[in-house]
Write a protein that binds this ligand. Structure first.
Ligand SMILES: Cc1cc2nc3c(=O)[nH]c(=O)nc-3n(C[C@H](O)[C@H](O)[C@H](O)COP(=O)(O)OP(=O)(O)OC[C@H]3O[C@@H](n4cnc5c(N)ncnc54)[C@H](O)[C@@H]3O)c2cc1C
Ligand code: SF4
Ligand code: SF4
Length: 284
């Protein structure tokens, strides 16, 4: 289906959804309004547009009126966009020449006043018609995806997410801006409401992250730049200077205990065993 001398031929189909839409929106009025819009060559109402007869109505109109674009005003695209894209494709139309307008969830279900609902439905149909005229025919293609995960922030949420992904076999990069993962949970003694020991929950997970073969832990680091697209992102991460060779550091803590600087006025970092913990400093 192609446009006629560059002019898109649009068909508009407005669904009653039983009384879901027609009980609030004056559908015949919307159809009449749509039929007068630029590029619209046919506008129709039907009680259940997603049903087989409803889809057949659209297909028959494509054949009879030589439609090059289709607008359906009905429910959420989440629900039936694939249904209608399938229907137009069966008539040889590119599925992206179809546009859905949601006059149920966005109008009839959420608008009390029938007059206002009808007015809003007309506005949405008009917008869909104007939009579909500018659509390009798209084709779907498959591209390879690198199944790796970047998690920013090594609090309990980031730690748990990292372990979940890593255990499912994905390579995980966990970026933490502080010197250690753990986040706020690492400064708590007991957690409300169960009064469980916070460190008892957190530290085994921190340790699991540290030794998991699928997790690359980047502490004292921050994301500087993200480019690319879904499945092929490029991320630039800045590793801040530590002034120690972390391969050789055994975490003895001698350098910290002699260091005159505290990290923040409200927190200090202490070490329990080989785990680094932030602790709240109380005012005297
Ligand atoms: C005083 C206090 C008491 C609490 N008591 C309880 C309780 O009793 N029970 C309970 O269930 N919850 C409690 N909470 C809440 C609980 O601690 C938090 O909901 C939980 O720790 C949040 O975890 P998180 O991983 O989402 O975030 P956080 O623990 O805040 O971790 C975020 C991590 O991301 C890092 N980060 C931030 N920005 C960046 C960046 N740009 N790049 C890289 N890394 C970054 C941070 O350094 C940090 O490590 C309490 C919180 C506080 C502050
Ligand atoms: S297309 Fe959507 S709005 Fe219309 S009948 Fe089907 S579910 Fe209801
Ligand atoms: S003094 Fe201890 S904690 Fe500090 S860098 Fe050396 S080995 Fe690491």
């Amino acid at each position: 289906m192609s446009d006629n001398n560059g002019q898109a031929r649009v068909g508009v189909f407005v669904c009653d959804c039983g009384t879901n839409i027609a009980g609030k929106v004056n559908v015949p009025e919307v159809v009449e309004f749509a039929s007068r819009l630029d590029n619209v060559v046919v506008a129709k109402e039907y009680k259940f547009m997603c049903s087989d007869p409803g889809q057949e109505l659209i297909k028959e109109a494509i054949r009879t009126h030589g439609l090059s674009r289709v607008v359906v005003a009905s429910c959420s695209p989440l629900m039936h966009e694939p249904t209608f894209r399938g229907a137009v494709t069966e008539e040889g139309m590119n599925p992206f020449y179809f546009q859905m307008s949601n006059i149920r969830e966005h109008v009839s279900w959420v608008t009390k006043d029938p007059e206002k609902a009808t007015k809003k439905a007309k506005a949405l149909v008009s917008a869909a018609v104007r939009r579909v005229v500018f659509h390009d025919p798209l084709t779907k293609k498959e591209v390879p995806v690198k199944p790796e995960v970047l998690i920013v922030g090594g609090g309990i949420a980031g730690i748990h997410a990292a372990l979940t992904y890593a255990n499912s076999g994905k390579k995980v990069y966990l970026v933490e801006k502080e010197a250690s993962i753990g986040g706020h949970m690492s400064i708590l003694d007991k957690t409300f409401p169960t009064l469980d020991c916070s460190a008892c929950i957190l530290t085994p997970k921190m340790s699991d992250v540290g030794k998991h073969p699928n997790i690359e832990l980047l502490t004292w680091s921050e994301v500087e730049e993200v480019s690319g697209y879904v499945g092929a992102f490029n991320v630039k991460i800045k590793k801040k200077a530590r002034y120690v060779d972390i391969e050789k550091c055994n975490g003895c803590g001698d350098c910290w205990s002699n260091c005159p600087t505290t990290i923040t006025p409200s927190e200090r970092i202490i070490r329990k065993g080989d785990v680094i913990i932030k602790e709240l400093v109380k005012d005297n």
